[in-house]
Ligand binder design. Structure first.
Ligand code: DOR
Ligand code: ZN
Length: 346
């Protein structure tokens, strides 16, 4: 097969940042994707409905005229979140979901949740109104090894929480382990999981063997090969539990390559080419549309996009820029480590 037509994809987990960086990175997404769930981990974070409305306006102002794109806003859950403000933000249609960052788990998560008990009333309210909770599923306790943080989170936080509030709709964001895949599969219709492009391609050898590769450092950290294979099986299975959330997370080169480099991989620009490559390798191109364009809207109770895109396989490798430029400095584009041949045509 050398041409595949699918409904226009959506990105169910995206970092757009703000200011100059927002203007630099947004077109890479809006060129191809119709909608994206926009992460709220700005500095300061997007906590209230008012914050979300202002951020949405800044995003809308940055969309190139020729692109049709809808940002789906999220709120950053804190231990002080006001349940009424959050519920109103959801029922008015301003906000689509709430993001739970365990404090200290990742970039700009310091205002996140330290003790889940302190947000139970807000989560109960969300369950009542059907508002999804998007979970960064890693514990942050120092005793727990960084490679085990997802599995321990599932056992000690997520599973007890879902037993306590079974009607809460939960998306396990950017799962990276077999345990994550198995847990998502074991849940009812209130549970789903996003998978990133880079976790389908990288294992921890890519990050660490032959020299450290800061551009492959992200959170949750890439895992061993058996976990990567489990993610590939899940993503290409067609199961409605799994859909694309790129977690495309731009940082300047200076913030990536330094003594304490930031976590995040900028994949927005070549994600669809990478995914077509992965799905073709797995003999599952017929499942790509489910992963990128159907399963996400179905979970969120939205219609899939009416427009279509074509993925066309060329004979010669496609060239992507090595970096894109922002006023803050260059941002390195994800290098999958192999040539890409699938090009998006709209
Ligand atoms: O790698 C990551 N980068 N993981 C996250 O959870 C956050 C993100 C970011 O905002 O840079
Ligand atoms: Zn993220």
């Amino acid at each position: 097969m050398s041409r595949l037509t699918i409904r226009q994809p959506d990105d169910w987990h995206l970092h757009l940042r703000d200011g100059s960086m927002l203007r630099s990175v947004l077109p890479s997404t809006s060129e191809t994707f119709a909608r994206a769930i926009v992460m709220p981990n700005l500095v300061p974070p997007v906590v209230t409905a008012k914050d979300a409305a202002a951020y949405k306006d800044r995003i809308l102002a940055a969309i190139p005229e020729e692109h049709g794109f809808t940002p789906l806003m999220t709120l950053y859950l804190t231990e002080d979140t006001d349940a009424d403000d959050l519920a109103h933000a959801y029922t008015s249609g301003l906000v689509t979901a709430v993001k739970l960052y365990p404090a200290g788990a990742t970039t700009n998560s310091n205002s996140g949740v330290r003790n889940i008990e302190n947000v139970i009333p807000v989560l109960e309210r969300m369950a009542e109104i059907g508002m999804p909770l998007l979970v960064h599923g890693e514990v942050t306790t120092h005793e727990v090894d960084i490679f085990d943080r997802e599995a321990v989170f599932i056992d000690t936080i997520l599973d007890p929480l879902r037993r306590r509030i079974p009607s809460l709709r939960v998306v396990m964001e950017h799962i990276t382990t077999k345990q994550g895949v198995d847990y998502a599969k074991s849940g009812d219709d209130n549970l789903a999981a996003t998978i990133t492009t880079h976790h389908l391609i990288l294992n921890r050898n890519h990050l660490l063997v032959g020299g450290i590769r800061p551009d492959y450092y992200c959170l949750p950290i890439v895992k061993s090969e058996d976990h990567r294979l489990a993610l590939r099986e899940a993503a290409t299975s067609g199961s409605p539990k799994f859909f694309l959330g790129t977690d495309s997370a731009p940082h300047t080169e200076a913030n990536k390559i330094c003594a304490c480099g930031c976590a995040g991989i900028f994949t927005a620009i070549n994600t669809m080419s990478c995914l077509a490559h992965v799905f073709a390798e797995e003999g599952a191109l017929d499942k790509l549309e489910a992963f990128t364009s159907l399963n996400g809207p179905a979970f969120y109770g939205m219609a899939p996009n009416e427009n279509t895109i074509d993925l066309v396989k060329s004979d010669d490798p496609i060239k992507f820029p090595r970096q894109i430029w922002s006023e803050d400095g260059p941002v390195t584009v994800f290098d999958p480590g192999f040539e890409l041949f699938w090009k998006v045509e709209k």
